[in-house]
Each structure stands twice: as C-alpha cells, then as structure tokens.
Design a protein around this ligand. Structure first.
Ligand code: THU
Length: 160
C-alpha cells in the first residue's frame, strides 16, 4: 500500500485593496451583485462575478425559494448565465463575496461542494484554469489558481 498526499496552494490577500486592479473591479462587481441577492430565508447573501476572455463580466447572486432545496447559489447562477450567453468564451476568473444580515462575515467564504462540481465541468471543458477569489464581507481575500484546486479528484465526464 502507499499513501498519496494532495496539497493546495492558496494565496491570501489582506484585503480587497491588495488585489490586482482588474480583480478588484471584478470583486466589486460581485459585491454589487450580492446586494441584489434574494435570500429572505438564510439572510446570507452571496455575489459572484466571472471575468470572460472577451472582457465581459457576468454576475450572479443566490436565489432562494420557500421550498428550500429549490434555491440556488450565486456561483451557479453566474456560471450558467455565462455559459448560456457566451458559450464559447473562456472564463479567466471568478470573484465571490458573502455577507450575512445576522453576523459580520470576516472570513473568506469558499464555494459549496455542488458549485465546485459545477464550475469544474466548465474549467475542464475550456482546458484553462479559472482563478477563484473569495472573501466574506470584509477582511482577507483568498485565491486558488483553479477550481480543481478546491475540488481535488473531481468526478468528470471521462468515464461517461
Ligand atoms: N450560498 C451561495 O450562494 N454560495 C455558496 O457557495 C454557499 C451558499 C447561498 C445558498 C443559500 O442561499 C445561502 O447561501 C445559505 O446557504
């Protein structure tokens, strides 16, 4: 038997002001989108913004539902919007910001498992990494160089 080790590199920026200018702009778009989230049940609002190769920025936010599982995360709203409007545009980066009405979110909020799975499909298809930047409402911003860094050993279409 042998043991395998999986490591992930995460860059930590002290604040949004430390980000490269184009990513700071992208994060600000995610923050803007977050304000328009529909999250009456969790009161936890998330905004996501994708930077496409052609320079377009596509945003999304979480959309909840009285039938709770029918709601959907910000990241998936954004990626499906991007894929439906610009199916052939590579995605360069994703920025995510989250805030709660009940507490100060001062730690980075990383995408949930279902979003990681969904995002990974598009990253694999485009054969180029998507940089993922995520933060709470304030504080540090974390960056991984790719979605697969957040989802090692992802299930993909290779066996289907
Ligand atoms: N949520 C997101 O939009 N993205 C995530 O990655 C984590 C969770 C949303 C879903 C739900 O509307 C609320 O946050 C609380 O889970």
């Amino acid at each position: 038997m042998k043991q395998l080790e999986i490591t992930t590199q995460i860059t930590v920026f002290e604040s949004i002001d430390e980000l490269p200018i184009d990513i700071k702009l992208l994060m600000n778009k995610a923050i803007e989108a977050k304000q328009m989230a529909y999250a009456p049940y969790s009161k936890f609002k998330v905004g996501a913004a994708l930077l496409l190769e052609n320079g377009s920025i596509i945003t999304g936010n979480n959309q909840e539902n009285a039938a709770y599982p029918s709601g959907i995360c910000a990241e998936r709203v954004a990626i499906w919007k991007a894929s439906s409007e610009f199916p052939n545009q590579k995605i360069l980066a994703l920025a995510i910001s989250a805030s709660s009405a009940t507490l100060v979110v001062n730690e980075p909020v990383s995408p949930c498992g279902a979003c990681r799975q969904t995002l990974s499909e598009y990253e694999i298809n485009q054969e180029d990494k998507i940089a993922v930047y995520f933060m709470g409402e304030i504080g540090n911003v974390m960056k991984t160089n790719s979605v697969l860094d957040l989802l090692p050993m992802a299930f993909d279409k290779s066996l289907l």
